[in-house]
Design a protein around this ligand. Structure first.
Ligand code: MTE
Length: 324
């Protein structure tokens, strides 16, 4: 992810190079310390140091291996090590390999999520009460980051629709707005102005109610580690990864399209919809192919990330170049 407006750098085309340089320039001391943290992390990262504090999730139901509903992609799953050591989570650091170390002590005790707005039964949920709404199902999803890398992740969670059903959206609710925790003592990256905080995202109500839209609380049958969005995050596998907002504290049903963090940072680069689309390039790079983490060579990116059969109807008649 990178933000183009503050410094012009059209001379650099590789998004990774561009991104690293920009992040460094923009965040100054934060980036410098992130680089340092990254180096320390790499030094420490012999197998024994790779231990991550997560708990086994109770009662995870394996998804059927039936692939027709999109719940289980029959492709090699990305290793736990890669899923947990190559992250985007700017609240901790912009260094993807440094997020694990920078977030290792993130405290989620007493976590609550407020579900509010245009609903009949608004409620501030304790995390445990959310997790009790439905048993976690394993969903093996193909994930595609807007920067061009991809993974296959065995999430645990349940459809967001089950939570929304509990609060009963009114007929005026047309969109859902999400918010990450705002607390720079626990999320030190929020002391930098690399993004506007808190991180915010949004979906149209029909997208939010789609069965593929997952409220995830785990990976590989264990609770989410901090770097992947503990204790609860959104996963929309047909959209670019930045839609998958982490560490959610607020879900608000609203009447009009909500503001979103990356769209505000760079409106011509990151749209509200952000559906994976190999035919609509990012202004600074092609989206036709992707690097699957752990593989050599590039793969062809699939329309809606391979979920066209399940979600294509949501966008019937829409101009996907305009609504990117
Ligand atoms: N959520 C918050 N709160 N902050 C972030 O920086 N990064 C997004 C998304 N959710 C981000 C976030 C981006 S750009 C991506 S690609 C995914 O998280 C990465 O998720 P992962 O690290 O679990 O693979």
């Amino acid at each position: 992810m990178s933000e183009p407006n503050k410094i012009s750098s059209h001379e650099i085309t590789d998004p990774k190079v561009y991104f690293n340089r920009r992040a460094f320039i923009q965040t100054g001391i934060l980036a410098a310390s992130a680089v340092a943290t990254g180096l320390v992390y790499r030094k420490l990262n012999h197998p024994a140091a790779g231990k991550i504090k997560t708990a086994r999730l109770e009662g995870v139901i394996s998804a059927a291996t039936d692939t027709s509903n999109g719940f289980h992609v029959a492709e090699a799953q990305t290793s736990f090590q890669d899923i947990t050591h190559y992250n985007n989570f700017y609240e901790f650091t912009t260094d993807k390999e440094g997020v694990a170390a920078a977030s290792a002590n993130f405290q989620t005790k007493g976590w609550q999520v407020s579900v509010e707005g245009l609903v009949r039964k608004p409620k501030i949920f304790d995390l445990d009460d959310i997790l009790k709404i439905s048993a976690p199902e394993e969903r093996v999803y193909r994930m595609r980051c807007v920067e061009g890398w991809s993974m296959v992740i065995p999430w645990a969670g349940f459809s967001l629709s089950k939570l929304l059903d509990v609060v009963e959206p009114t007929s005026d609710a047309k969109f859902v707005a999400f918010e990450t925790l705002l607390d720079s003592t626990r999320m030190p990256g929020q002391r930098s102005d690399v993004l506007n905080w808190p991180y915010i995202e949004g979906l149209r109500l029909d997208e939010a109610m789609h069965p593929l839209t997952l409220l995830a609380s785990g990976i590989y049958g264990n609770s989410l580690p901090p770097q992947d969005g503990a204790p609860i995050r959104l996963v929309t596998p047909w959209k670019y990864g930045f839609k998958g907002i982490k560490s959610i504290v607020k879900i608000k049903l609203v009447a009009t399209q909500p503001r979103t963090t990356w769209n505000e940072a760079a409106p011509n680069e990151y749209g509200f919809y952000a559906n994976v689309n190999p035919q609509v390039d990012h202004p600074r790079w092609s989206q036709a192919t992707e690097q699957r983490i752990g593989e050599s060579g590039r793969r062809t990116t699939l329309m809606f990330n391979g979920y066209a059969e399940q979600v294509g109807h949501l966008y019937a008649g829409m101009d996907l170049r305009k609504n990117f």
